[in-house]
Design a protein around this ligand. Structure first.
Ligand code: IPM
Ligand code: MN
Length: 348
């Protein structure tokens, strides 16, 4: 039995999960081994309800679950950044508590060749270290963010990236760093050269340029946390919308039965100005669900993830697009309910 804790988060986070949740509930009533718990509050919503961006009740729920399905965390309508300054810290804290140390993002590029681009990065350690590696400034003293990379942790990122590379034969695979400047990047590059799969070394500034300008996108990008954060948004821009990316943050030890092993979410933000309009594009949430269905040992054998991806492709190809992908001047535009209906019909 797989227990999924639902953490919708803020802004459009809740509505964006409607389609995937309808499907999960349908699977459950058809007898799939899945239990849903929540919704549990976190981010700005957690702060509004309990005074904490990561309430203990939510952490407890995650200890009793196998995976998290999240919407988005960040700004929420009606709450100023002054009132709740860093709701994203809840996500970073969750990653640290459950050692969800590797991020795997899949960006789907229907506007290009339709092939996906996978970005693998560390999201604990490196630039994403915990508070013990940071010193805040009072405005007079220096602020500090210490970047430390352990060799075995870098190797682990490469091991996972090599698995994705093997699934994409013939496509370019790149390892991105800034070895001319950072010691951590020189370790990164040395590890790249020892990897079982041969990745091309690309400096991060050049990588940004190529991702915007080169006709062909790489199949896999493996890079340090902060570089991957930035480059994954560039790949989304290239794909046509931030909504075309599903994000998984995983603990590669995969020890089920000890609290959450992975968190799945669309990679876009909370879009507070769009909240409640039901006009957002739920593709990222569907991609996140597909990755979840692939990750869980009780669900993977049911072969549902490829079915979700196929239904998604068909929904995009068959109907009017959502506003973000609609050519300028187009009037026939889907809202998320029409779009979800097409995906769900494809899954019947
Ligand atoms: C993302 C976000 C997060 C990250 C933040 C919210 C910590 O930007 O998922 O891309 O930097 O990983
Ligand atoms: Mn980001």
């Amino acid at each position: 039995m797989t227990t999924i804790a639902l953490l919708p988060g803020d802004g459009i986070g809740s509505e964006i999960l409607d389609g995937p949740l309808t499907y999960l509930r349908r699977l459950k009533s058809d007898g799939a081994p899945v239990t849903l718990t929540g919704p549990w509050p976190y981010g700005t919503t957690g702060w509004m309800e309990t005074g904490s961006a990561l309430p203990p009740v939510t952490v407890d729920a995650c200890r009793r679950a196998d995976v998290v399905l999240s919407g988005a965390v960040g700004a929420h309508p009606g709450v100023t950044a002054r009132q709740c300054p860093t709701p994203e810290a809840a996500l970073i804290e969750l990653r640290h508590i459950f050692d969800l140390r590797i991020s795997v993002r899949t960006v789907w590029t229907p506007a290009d060749d339709g092939e996906d681009v996978v970005i693998v990065r560390n999201v604990t350690g490196g630039a994403y270290a915990g508070p013990d590696r940071r010193r805040e400034s009072d405005g007079t003293r220096a602020a500090e963010d210490l970047i430390v990379l352990e060799p075995h942790r870098v190797r682990e990122v490469f091991t996972i990236a090599a698995e994705y590379a093997a699934e994409r034969p013939g496509r370019r695979t790149i390892s991105v760093d800034k070895a001319s400047v950072f010691a951590t990047s020189r370790l990164w590059r040395r590890t790249a050269h020892e990897s079982a799969h041969a990745f091309d070394d690309v400096n991060v500034d050049r990588a940004a340029y190529e991702l915007v300008r080169h006709p062909e996108l790489p199949g896999v990008i493996v890079t340090e946390g902060i570089f991957g954060d930035i480059l994954s948004d560039i790949v989304c821009a290239r794909a046509g919308s931030p909504a075309l990316c599903g994000s998984a943050t995983v603990n590669p030890d995969r020890r089920f039965g000890n609290g959450v092993t992975a968190l799945f979410e669309p990679a876009h933000g909370t879009a507070p100005h769009r909240t409640g309009t039901r006009r957002s594009n739920p593709t990222g949430a569907w991609l996140a669900l597909a990755a979840l269905l692939d990750w869980c040992p009780d669900l993977q054998p049911l072969g549902l993830a490829p079915r979700v991806r196929t239904a998604l492709e068909r929904a995009v190809a068959d109907g009017p697009p959502t506003y973000d992908l609609a050519p300028e001047g187009t009037t026939a535009v889907s809202d998320m309910d029409q779009f979800n209906k097409r995906v769900l019909e494809g899954l019947e």
